[in-house]
Unconditional design. Structure first.
Length: 309
């Protein structure tokens, strides 16, 4: 225990050192008080007042009172020290909890910043998606408007095509009936010709091209002509099987010639006239059937050439 005695400490006995310890200072104080009591009792005796005899028992009682008071004060101080230590412990625990909460708060703040950033990205994405949806809605509106216009145009075109078909189909039927009336004897007579008229040869070449038969001369034409199902194939010919390229080629190669007409061919051979009559009728029928079968399904009206855009 580090103790420093005060400078004004009275010396009660000669053995007291200049720098007394705490114990020596207490002993000195006890002696000083005891001596003071003797001095006070002597003064009272001189004045003739009543005095009290001071005995060793009084001195021992004084020491005992001091010990009791010291223990009481010590107990009070220890209790205060205990409360202080408990308070300091709680403060220390609180400081630790605050530090942990501070660290947890820092982590939560980082997570909160990340969540805010993610929320901002989601919000930005939602705004972009909304803009795209509005643009797509506007584009869809334009497409619907265009489709409405196209449907109206297609309806008009279909109406015209239907009307034209009603005009073309009877001609095809007449041509088919005329071909059906061709006798096999007529075909035998045509085959027997060694050098047929130009219009007859031209007509049969046109029929072979229309049917998709490749011929290089009158000999090949005669073979096609005498096939058992020749008339049946011509009657049941499907215009849809003939492409625009073939149709245009036939028109350019045969029907573009001024002398290649039904009247001229019919004069040259009664058997060949119906073939000429059926050729252009089937071509016109193909034009309209092609529109109804493909162009109308694509939603595109055909051009003047008969093909869709």
């Amino acid at each position: 225990m580090n103790y420093t005695a005060p400078d004004f400490l009275p010396v009660a006995y000669e053995l007291l050192p200049k720098r007394p310890t705490h114990r020596q200072a207490i002993v000195n104080a006890f002696v000083f008080i005891h001596q003071t009591m003797h001095m006070l009792n002597n003064k009272l005796t001189k004045r003739g007042q009543r005095v009290t005899a001071i005995t060793p028992r009084h001195y021992l009682d004084f020491i005992q009172h001091y010990v009791t008071l010291y223990n009481e004060k010590r107990s009070d101080l220890e209790e205060q020290q205990l409360h202080l230590n408990v308070g300091l412990g709680k403060i220390s625990d609180t400081v630790k909890q605050v530090e942990e909460l501070r660290k947890s708060l820092a982590k939560k703040q980082i997570e909160l910043d990340e969540k805010n950033e993610l929320a901002n990205q989601k919000l930005k994405q939602m705004m972009e998606d909304q803009q795209k949806a509005e643009q797509q809605k506007e584009a869809s509106k334009e497409v619907r408007e265009k489709l409405a216009v196209q449907k109206k145009e297609i309806a008009t075109r279909v109406e015209k095509v239907t009307k034209d078909l009603n005009e073309v189909e009877p001609a095809v039927k007449d041509a088919e009936n005329a071909v059906k009336n061709i006798k096999r004897q007529h075909l035998v007579e045509l085959k027997a010709l060694a050098n047929p008229p130009l219009l007859v040869k031209l007509t049969l070449e046109c029929v072979c091209a229309l049917m998709g038969e490749k011929v290089s001369g009158w000999g090949d034409i005669r073979k096609v002509l005498m096939a058992p199902d020749f008339i049946s194939n011509v009657v049941h010919f499907d215009p849809e099987k003939m492409s625009n390229k073939v149709r245009n080629s036939i028109k350019q190669e045969f029907f573009s010639q001024k002398e290649f007409t039904f009247e001229n061919v019919d004069k040259a051979s009664k058997a060949c006239g119906p073939f000429v009559q059926m050729g252009p009728s089937s071509g016109e029928l193909l034009r309209y059937v092609g529109f109804r079968g493909s162009d109308a399904e694509r939603g595109c009206a055909p051009t003047e050439g008969g093909r869709g855009d």
